[in-house]
Design a protein around this ligand. Structure first.
Ligand SMILES: [Zn+2]
Length: 318
């Protein structure tokens, strides 16, 4: 068929936009107009993005109650070349997590997880590690009430996935080993690590961290590292896939497993071991330490922090 003039423009406008599909977690949602929804998701294949779901409040066929906070769905969507909002075509529930809404503690912890994931990422930055970590953590919270180390493990893993793994093994000042330091050491968010007891006078900011606090953070960091999670961004993840809220963070690949033939380590197994060692003082130290390590990398203050204290006794007195 020949089009006499303006051919290029016509071709542009008639080219079908490819329908894409990815597993995703709903981070945020708001109603728009009478029946639409604007939804922000963290997806495995396309990172974080926002989209508009036309008729979402009416269509039981395309969005059968699936665009709610924490929903784990397979999302069909089309990118729109001149809009920041994708067009959401359909959302099918992958895995129901009904118990996230069953207690205030679980709801508060899950809200912290999705808000942190939202604020540590920018739109369309592809990083499937964070998707895997959020999925694994929400599955963990659906399975049981949050423990004293649950959110700390998640926060450390989110730092790793975002490329901000803190240095907890050697001093940021003299590079000396911290394991033999009698402490206390100084943790400084802005330098992403710790100054030993000799170097700690060089900085005034941050917080003093006890040996126990440093040791517990180190155990959690080891668990994150051994969880078969590379800590980098991997664009090789496919756009299809079933439920993947496995216990590890491996997200459909076995970074460590393929190298040494072992299954990825279950990070949640360490959570209980660390929780058993926590005194309320160390618990508070760890919460404050993670706040400081995260703060330089977040876009905006976490509203969930206001609830974590009263509901989970998290950051009590902090
Ligand atoms: Zn030092």
């Amino acid at each position: 068929m020949s089009i006499p003039c303006g051919e290029k423009e016509l071709v542009w406008y008639t080219q079908p936009v490819r329908l894409e599909s990815t597993p995703a977690i709903v981070l945020r949602t708001r109603e728009y107009g009478e029946s639409d929804k604007i939804v922000t998701v963290l997806s495995r294949a396309a990172g974080k993005f926002s989209g508009i779901a036309k008729g979402a409040m009416r269509s039981q066929r395309r969005f059968p109650g699936t665009l709610e906070l924490f929903s784990h769905v397979t999302l069909d969507f089309k990118r729109r070349p001149h809009s920041e909002l994708a067009f959401l075509d359909r959302a099918v529930l992958l895995q129901p997590w009904p118990r996230l809404l069953s207690t205030l503690e679980r709801f508060t912890a899950a809200s912290h997880v999705v808000e942190l994931a939202d604020k540590v990422t920018v739109e369309s930055e592809v990083g499937d590690d964070l998707y895997a970590i959020v999925t694994s953590t929400l599955a963990r919270l659906n399975a049981a009430e949050p423990g004293p180390a649950t959110l700390r493990l998640f926060e450390l893993a989110a730092l790793h996935a975002s490329g901000y793994r803190p240095e907890l093994v050697v001093c940021r000042g003299c590079a000396g080993p911290l394991a033999s330091d009698r402490g206390p050491v100084r943790l400084v968010g802005g330098i992403g690590g710790v100054l030993c007891s000799q170097c700690r006078g060089a900085e005034e900011g941050g917080m003093l961290l006890s040996n126990d606090g440093l040791a517990c953070l180190g155990h959690l960091q080891d668990a994150v590292t051994r969880a078969g999670f590379a800590g980098g961004h991997d664009s090789s993840a496919g756009s299809s896939g079933g439920p993947d809220a496995r216990v590890g963070f491996a997200n459909g690949r076995d970074a460590h497993g393929s190298a040494n033939g072992h299954e990825p380590h279950d990070p949640w197994a360490v959570e209980h071991a660390v929780a058993a060692r926590l005194t309320s003082r160390v618990e508070r130290e760890m919460a404050l330490a993670l706040d400081m390590l995260l703060a330089p990398h977040l876009r905006g203050r976490l509203r969930s922090l206001e609830l974590l204290g009263p509901v989970l006794n998290d950051r009590a007195g902090g």
